[in-house]
Ligand binder design. Sequence first.
Ligand code: NAD
Length: 417
Amino acid sequence: MDSEIRNPSLAAAGQLRIEWAASHMPVLASIKERFEKERPLEGLKIAACLHVTTETANLMLTLQAGGADAVLCASNPLSTQDETAAALVAAGIPTFAINAIDRDGYFRHLNRALDHQPVIAMDDGCDLVHLLHTDRRADLARVIAGTEETTTGVIRLRQMEADGALAYPVVAVNDTPTKHLFDNRYGTGQSTLDGITRATNILWAGKTVVIGGYGYGGRGLSMRARGLGARVIVTEIDHVKALESVMDGFESMSMIDAARIADVIITVTGNRDIVRDEHLEVIKDGCILANTGHFDVEINKEHLAARSVSIREVRPLVAGHRFADGRRVYLLAEGRLVNLAAAEGHPAAVMDMSFADQALTAEWLATHHGDLKAGVHDVPDEIDREVARLKLDTMGITIDTLTPEQQAYLSSWQHGT
Ligand SMILES: NC(=O)c1ccc[n+]([C@@H]2O[C@H](COP(=O)([O-])OP(=O)(O)OC[C@H]3O[C@@H](n4cnc5c(N)ncnc54)[C@H](O)[C@@H]3O)[C@@H](O)[C@H]2O)c1
């Protein structure tokens, strides 16, 4: 099979890990079971550019069960689990992903996924979209639709749409509530702290932890860092978000003030240069820098390198930078998504919902793509509600339903004081 992975003999180990994740993804499992019977994606060529993790493997197996002819490439060079990639190839899913591959190899893998001639492109960070709109424009006409998994990708897509540059409809899976309310918040919150803990083995209790950005990811991180006993400081550029962080019980200040006292700085903004030279000038000796935003631009690595008189790997994925005045700063995982590079990304139970959204959206696109104009589209509300319903169901939780009187009351304007 057409594939490029590190080592096919890792397949058995990968298979075990995929099964473990599957046991925590009951919503996706129920969709897979239905897909096996109904085959709603029969013959549909799909290229997915996602983190090559056990959870993604379960999404790919669900698409395959639905009849899709699906291939996978990595959306980040450091997040690939080589054994998962090997297991996917053994399961008949062409995969192009090798952990820590260089830039050329990374783009070769994207191109090989597009060589598969997909009609649906599933993105996590817009790399397929970008390639299809630049070097691979000849392939654009064939693409009927796409999906986008993350905040950063959706921001780019909206910019492309505003510029009239987006050539096909893309569903913003990230923006649907059953995705970002849970994945971005609880997934990022837990797995980011997990990644930093695995890389450094620091004690969180008593640490001053600075979180750059109080969006969905930042909220989850702040909440979880506080739970571990840290003093949490938030930095923001949005007054409403900063105010929210204060009323949620955290401190809010500018990065220039926060950097002076931070034991750990974690960026999660989707923006660049959250930590830059002016902050490095005052940064506290021994500070740990980690990013969990999509791209490795949130901590300015050029500025860090320019200030460093020496750099050495003090532990795997921990680069110790020494400044001329003797201060040390530690950069984790080259400033890339630390939860995926140093841990395993989001736990399966939360990806269960994100990937249920992806699978049901792919099914919906198979029949509705013709109704959609080029541009960014929402996940249909009924998909979102169905995923929440299924998730609660698998947790054994029932909720109330409106009585006819309540329904009438909510739709009337005649009741007053
Ligand atoms: N690590 C993961 O697995 C994972 C999961 C989900 C999302 N993400 C990524 O994390 C990033 C954030 O996602 P989100 O869903 O939290 O986005 P969001 O839009 O909800 O929040 C981003 C926040 O950052 C703030 N911000 C922007 N520039 C800033 C600056 N200069 N200083 C301080 N704050 C600033 C914004 O005001 C906003 O409140 C994106 O890149 C997204 O793709 C990563």
